[in-house]
Each structure stands twice: as C-alpha cells, then as structure tokens.
Ligand binder design. Structure first.
Ligand code: FAD
Length: 525
C-alpha cells in the first residue's frame, strides 16, 4: 500500500500549492487528481485546432498577483519553474450598446480621461473612489493568504475604527449600492455593476459591495496574463512538487476519505485502492462532496452534516466558448478597444439586473459577454499571426422546464446568441475568421469538475453569511475540520473561488500544526 506524509485530494491550483509548500518543507506529498491533467480551473488545452492554446476556465490571474507566492516568488515558480506574467497597460475595456467605450488603464489619470467622456463628475470622483477603496480594504485587514479569524472577532475589530465600520458597511452592501453612491453616469454605474458579476454575484446581492473594492487593483499590481496560458501556473507548481520529490497522480479519482477513530488516515480511490497519509489529508474538493459523500456521519460531530447540507447554493454558472481565429477581433468602438485583451460588453444597468434575475429563474441570456484575446499580448498562444478568443457569459445552471440536463439541447443555440452579441460590436467576426470553436455549458463544467456543484466555481455564493469567518461554516474558517488531520483548501474556504492561490493559507496552518517554521521554508533558495 502506498504511503505518504500528506495526501491531497484534488489537484486544482490550490491543492498543488499546498503540496508544493509542504514538499519544499521536506514532507513526502502526493496529489490525487481525477482529470488526466492537474490544474482544475487553471488549465490550458488545444481544444479547437492544434497549435491554438486555449484557457478552458480561468483566463486572467488578478488576485494571485498580491500573493507572496507570486510577488515574493516563495516557491521559485518564476525564477526556477518558468512562470511568467504580462500585465498590460490597458487593463480592461467596457463597451456599451452604442459602441462607446470606457478604458481602464493601469494609470488612474488616463482612466479618468476616458471616464470624462461620460461625466466630468465621475472623472473627478474616480481617484477619490480608488483611494477610499484602498483605505477600506486596509482597515478591514482581511487575510487573503492566511486563515481568516472567526466572523464575530472580525466584526468587533472592525467596530473599533471609523474605516473599519466603513468596511463592514461595504461588505453588507451590494455592488450596485456602492456604485450609485459614487457615480452618476449610467456607463460608470453599469461598468462597476457588470464587474461585480464577474464573481458570480447578482449586482443587487448583499455582500457583492466588497468586490467593487477590487477595482483599484487594476492600478496597483494589475491583472496578469500568464505567458503560454493559465495552465502554466499549474505546470510550474507540478514541476516544483516533483523537484522536491513529490508525486502528482492524474486520472485517479478519490471516492472516500479513510477515517479511523477521530483521524484522517488517507484516501480511498474509485478502484478501491487506498493511499495512506501519516500526517494529514488535504481536501481541494467541495465541502459538500467531502462531508456528505466521502465521510460517514459517525465520524462527525452531531448536526455537522446538517449544517453542511444547508449551505445555500445559487443558480449562477457560466458558459464558455473559445475560438481559433485568423485575425484578432476589430471593435466598432475602435481606438484602444482593439488593443484590450480583456473586454466586457455592458448593457444598461436595468438590462443587466434583469439578465441576472433571469438566471435565478433559469432563463439563459446573451447580453453581457466577457471577451478575452490574450494572444494580443502573448504570441505563444497561437500559430504566427493567428489568435485565440475566449467568450464567457453568466448563465443559469438549472434551466426552466428541464433543469440542467436541458443544457445538452440548448448549448449550441445559447452559445450562438452570445457570439451574435459579440459580432454586433465587431467588424470581422464572420465565419470566415473562425477556424475552430469549442463550447462548454454550465452542465459541462460540472461534468468536468464535480467540485463545481451546480456549475459554481466558487462552490457556493459569497454572501456575507457564507464568507470570511463564516466560510465554509461559522467556526470552521481556520482550514481545519472536525476530523483530526483533515484540512481544506480551495473555493469552499475563504476567500472563495478565483485564482488567489489561497492554498498558501492551508500550508501555513498545517506547518503551524506540524511545528515547521513557514518563514524558514520559504526563505530557503
Ligand atoms: C469558465 C471559468 C472562467 C474562470 N475565470 C477565472 C479568471 O479569469 N480568473 C480567476 O481568478 N478565476 C477564474 N475562474 C475561477 C477559478 O478557475 C476557480 O475558482 C479556481 O481555479 C479554483 O481553484 P482550486 O484549485 O481551489 O479548485 P479547482 O480548480 O476546482 O480544483 C479542484 C480539483 O479537484 C479535482 N477533483 C474533483 N473531484 C475529485 C475527486 N473525486 N478525486 C480527485 N480529484 C477530484 C478536480 O478535477 C479539480 O482539478 C474561472 C472559472 C471558470 C469555470
């Protein structure tokens, strides 16, 4: 029987990160991944035509730029294992129904010039808003790369200062509430609320207010495009794990966690084989998979499974289509939109709110695609002169009149509507420009990764009652679980989904429990 110090169930980027830190600390680690390629939401594949490298989930890596894993290169991913990010000057373009466009540059002043075409007031307010957001975030002192405190402790800390109370107010508000406090033009309010939707929020959802605070990040570290595709992050992590003697098993599915007495002892595979873990098991899976399907309730405190079961799911998921192109899209808006790798099509706020409401009722939409053309900045993505396009749209998981399985009937039709919306804003996206196309529906995403229950890559919505010290459950935000030697990482834990590299926090907690000095580990060359 195989035996390691630590076994990680699920090889998404977070599972790989935990394993890489622990391997660097000298532990014998094994990551167990069901797909034929590790990375989960951080993979790049040639799914259309050979030579075109498409990100089939995450496409830009923003939050992780603030993680010491990247900016301090704690594991040598950049210096030793080939990871490289490009941070473009044009961070994002918002294109409106009349083909006017608001461009967000790394430079705040240049961004204000773009805002000015819609409102002098908003152009003046924008730098103040950025400054305010930074202060609010600083006052919140929310840990993103280490475990958050219990929610009550966080609130009493916040209540002790003016800006702390402001942070609390913002996280209890919706994105729309905050946008309307600061700005007057329809374009600015719609852009900010559209941005909030990127995190699978409805703009009126309470709790989405804090996501608006991420906007000034464009002017700080900025959004990074991984050279060679999102998957290069996972590949660098795998190289790091292997370099330190660790193992990454693919095409290997975990069926259960082996628990004896009160302790996790290893994992049981679909084949019935067992892989033993002397020190710990880490789950990069959905908390519902873990505690409802993989561990018998007798090993859990009374009432625990009930609390897991009542975690609220939403109905917002995502449809993705990637295209291999002869040439990059040309936008009717012209100017810098043609150099924007990252472009959001923005309907009016009212239309956006209605579209998100439709998600709750299971009605697909096509009004507000996100469009990424990373090959504009990274020529390794496609054969010379050619381009890759990525079109993403929020969609309901369960469809009215048939549930999620209806996606197999309507996938093509909905994807075509979304493509038509993008075509309406471009001049050269006819069939003659498209060499290949690949589509993934919300149901396809669940099939790809059963941790994304209801197609939700955040696992479950980031409402305040399910965020910070309340994630995954009140009292369990410290990344440990009621089963001894069983830890969690990934979207079920704070700060939720997205490429944050939050697995670092789990590695920190585990090293604390194992009496290993984290600082010494990361300062080793
Ligand atoms: C279309 C799309 C676009 C996105 N765009 C962005 C973006 O641009 N920027 C951003 O920051 N985020 C984005 N995200 C979100 C982001 O990709 C995820 O939230 C993030 O990758 C989650 O990382 P993780 O490592 O914690 O978990 P996951 O990536 O979910 O990894 C979990 C792993 O566990 C494996 N697994 C599941 N069940 C088992 C089992 N029984 N046995 C073994 N292995 C199992 C899965 O195959 C998977 O590899 C996007 C997601 C999608 C779907």
């Amino acid at each position: 029987m195989e035996s390691y110090d630590v076994v990680v169930a699920g090889g998404g980027h977070n599972g790989l990160i935990v394993a890489a830190y622990l391997a660097k600390a000298g532990l014998k680690v094994c990551v167990v991944e069901r797909q034929d390629k590790a990375g989960g939401g951080v993979v790049t594949k040639e799914v259309t035509v050979p030579g075109f490298k498409h990100d089939i989930c995450s496409v830009v890596h923003g939050s992780i730029q603030a993680n010491p894993l990247i900016h301090a290169d704690e594991l040598g991913l950049m210096s030793k294992y080939g990871l490289k990010y490009i941070v473009p000057d044009i961070q994002m373009a918002f294109v409106f129904h009349d083909d006017s466009a608001l461009i967000v540059y790394r430079d705040i002043g240049k961004t204000c010039e773009s805002i000015k075409q819609f409102s002098e007031h908003d152009a003046e307010a924008y730098p103040k808003f950025c400054d305010y957001s930074r202060q609010v975030i600083r006052a919140g002192q929310v840990a993103y790369f280490s475990a958050p405190p219990p929610f009550g402790r966080m609130v009493s800390f916040l209540d002790a200062s003016e800006m702390g109370r402001e942070f609390y107010r913002v996280i209890m508000s919706s994105g729309l509430d905050i946008a309307e406090e600061w700005f007057e033009s329809g374009q600015m309010i719609a852009s900010l609320t559209r941005w909030v939707c990127e995190n699978l929020y409805g703009p009126r959802d309470k709790g989405s207010g804090n996501y608006i605070n991420s906007f000034p990040f464009f002017h700080a570290r900025g959004m990074g495009i991984p050279v060679g595709g999102a998957g290069t992050l996972s590949e660098a992590l795998i190289a790091c794990i292997k370099d330190y003697g660790g193992t990454v098993k693919v095409s290997t599915s975990v069926k259960a966690i082996k628990v004896e007495g009160e302790e996790a002892k290893g994992v049981v595979l679909d084949t019935g084989e067992e892989i033993m873990a002397d020190k710990a098991v880490v789950s990069n899976l959905n908390i519902k998979q873990l505690f409802l399907d993989m561990i018998e309730p007798e090993h859990l405190p009374e009432g625990f499974t009930e609390k897991v079961r009542r975690i609220k799911q939403g109905n917002i998921s995502v449809m993705l289509q990637v295209l291999a192109l002869n040439e990059a899209p040309k936008y009717k808006a012209g100017g810098d939109t043609n150099s924007a790798s990252n472009l959001l099509i923005v309907p009016s706020t009212e239309e956006l709110l209605r579209e998100l409401d439709d998600c709750y009722y299971g009605i697909p939409g096509a009004l507000s695609p996100s469009v990424f053309c990373n090959s504009l900045y990274d020529s390794t993505r496609a054969p010379e002169g050619k381009h890759t396009l990525y079109i993403y749209h929020l969609e309901p998981y369960d469809l009215r009149g048939g549930g999620a399985t209806r996606w197999d009937e309507v996938r093509q039709e909905v994807a075509d509507h979304i493509l038509e919306t993008v075509r309406g804003h471009t001049t050269n996206l006819g069939d003659d420009n498209i060499i290949g196309r690949w589509i993934s529906s919300p149901l396809d995403f669940y099939r790809y990764n059963p941790a994304w229950i209801k197609g939700d890559y955040n696992h479950f919505p980031l409402t305040v009652t399910q965020s910070y010290g309340n994630r995954p459950l009140p009292g369990w935000s410290n990344l440990r679980t009621p089963v001894k030697k069983l830890y969690i990482c990934g979207p079920s834990a704070h700060p939720g989904g997205g490429v944050w590299g939050a697995g670092r926090a789990t590695a920190l907690v585990m090293m604390e429990d194992f009496d290993i000095d984290f600082r010494k580990v990361v300062s080793k060359p």
